[in-house]
Design a protein around this ligand. Sequence first.
Ligand SMILES: Cc1cc2nc3c(=O)[nH]c(=O)nc-3n(C[C@H](O)[C@H](O)[C@H](O)COP(=O)(O)OP(=O)(O)OC[C@H]3O[C@@H](n4cnc5c(N)ncnc54)[C@H](O)[C@@H]3O)c2cc1C
Ligand SMILES: NC(=O)c1ccc[n+]([C@@H]2O[C@H](COP(=O)([O-])OP(=O)(O)OC[C@H]3O[C@@H](n4cnc5c(N)ncnc54)[C@H](OP(=O)(O)O)[C@@H]3O)[C@@H](O)[C@H]2O)c1
Length: 447
Amino acid sequence: MPSANGSSSRPRACVIGAGSSGITVAKALHERGVPFDCFEKSDQVGGNWVFANRNGMSAAYRELFINVSRERMQYSDFPMPKSIPDFPHHTHIARYFNDYVDHFSLREKITFQTGVEHASRRDDGVWEILLEGGGVRLYDALLVANGHHWKPRWPEPAFPGSDSFEGVQMHAHSYLDSSIFADKSIVVLGMGNSAMDIAVESSYVARETYLAARRGAWIIPKYVFGRPVDQLPSNARVPFKVRQRVMHQLIKTLTGPPERYGLPKPDHKFGEAHPTVSGRILDRIAHGAITPKPNIAALEGTDVRFADASVVAADMVVYCTGYQIAFPFFDEDFVSAPDNRVELFRRVFHPDIPSLYFIGLLQPLGAIMPLAEVQGEWVGDHLLGDYVLPSQAQMRADIVADQAAMRARYVASKRHTIQVDFDDYLRDLAFERRVGAERARAHLLPA
Ligand SMILES: Cc1cc2nc3c(=O)[nH]c(=O)nc-3n(C[C@H](O)[C@H](O)[C@H](O)COP(=O)(O)OP(=O)(O)OC[C@H]3O[C@@H](n4cnc5c(N)ncnc54)[C@H](O)[C@@H]3O)c2cc1C
Ligand SMILES: NC(=O)c1ccc[n+]([C@@H]2O[C@H](COP(=O)([O-])OP(=O)(O)OC[C@H]3O[C@@H](n4cnc5c(N)ncnc54)[C@H](OP(=O)(O)O)[C@@H]3O)[C@@H](O)[C@H]2O)c1
């Protein structure tokens, strides 16, 4: 390991971001005695969960509630208070992250209102970090926790007529509350969780709300058998196909086929797309407050024409078309994620760039936080030499196999490039950490 301070002591690390991923990796480094700085653009921790965050990157809206349950989202050693609801409001979540930082004495380790403008790795392996507002710092390791839900992905290509549409076009990222919909005709595009929430909110105040989609989705209720759906027993040792069949049957039994509500028929089974969770959308459709539509075909003056040739007059189109993964502080030819593709060993280690780590860069069927927590511990062990990676060739082979499995399972979409199954990922990481710890011990043995 090179040393940014010229000594052979513990490596010095830089963490970019103090969202829920950055703060948990900060804790792992802190506990292991790895010296680090954590730079955060905003004036507070919590990233996406800070409504109207000063960093301009949060997608939170006034009525945002989490769609995984409290107990799935909490870190392993810091339970969320039982006094807050099963599916808490964003203010509860932001407060929880603040409490975590104070509980583990991390706040003074974070440099607020200090963005990382540029990061590059010198030939001697030392990271040069240029801070916004000036100043260069040197580190041995770089941990990237900058989030992946802040850069809007607009429809690609744009719909014909979008440059001359007379209504408003906006992306879900800039949606704050439903007051903008009052007495208007609104078209919401997408079948992900943003589209569900925003269409439901619109349906209470708009004159008309249309939900347009190019593909159907299985809509998962928040509760099943009186329990949060993600707290149903799940065992990573049971083959995925078996778990999938059970859940598929359960959802179908509970709600019936989405076509029954006028939504597009899903072209896939449960578990083959990122989960769409909503306890309210089918109800609002059933009440006639939301009208399902196929994909948008074109925007024509004040009208929206859909793929089935139907036309509605619309004041506003809300694109809930997802996000781009981006690392603006890296040179494009150094590390980038074209079409959201980023090839990492188990979503963390760059196979070709040593001492570069990504935290929270994954889309679980479940919450990111407990997974980021384990990723942080894993990287911390690696920085101390207690975990040794497999060879570069083995990492490459692992990545190729993982990408092939993801392509085979998931619907082809730019939103399905970093998917993991929550319990399976935790189990696989635990195994890999044990194997890598044995490699580390073998390294220490005299030849
Ligand atoms: C509307 C919405 C709802 C969601 N709901 C859920 C949910 O219910 N459950 C769930 O598990 N996930 C949910 N997600 C996913 C979301 O990505 C995670 O909840 C979580 O925010 C990820 O945390 P993070 O720390 O990785 O990223 P973020 O929360 O985005 O935090 C990244 C941090 O890095 C900082 N940063 C970025 N660039 C720099 C830089 N160059 N220099 C310094 N600092 C920088 C930012 O200021 C920010 O504080 C949701 C996403 C959206 C958009
Ligand atoms: N309450 C909550 O907790 C909550 C709320 C909102 C968001 N989130 C989370 O935030 C993340 C982002 O969610 P999201 O809903 O914003 O994005 P998303 O999950 O990426 O969904 C994007 C949707 O837009 C569609 N789409 C993309 N490009 C399109 C195009 N050109 N034309 C037509 N349709 C297009 C996609 O269809 P294809 O499938 O065909 O690509 C998909 O239905 C997810 O992790 C989600 O769980 C959570």
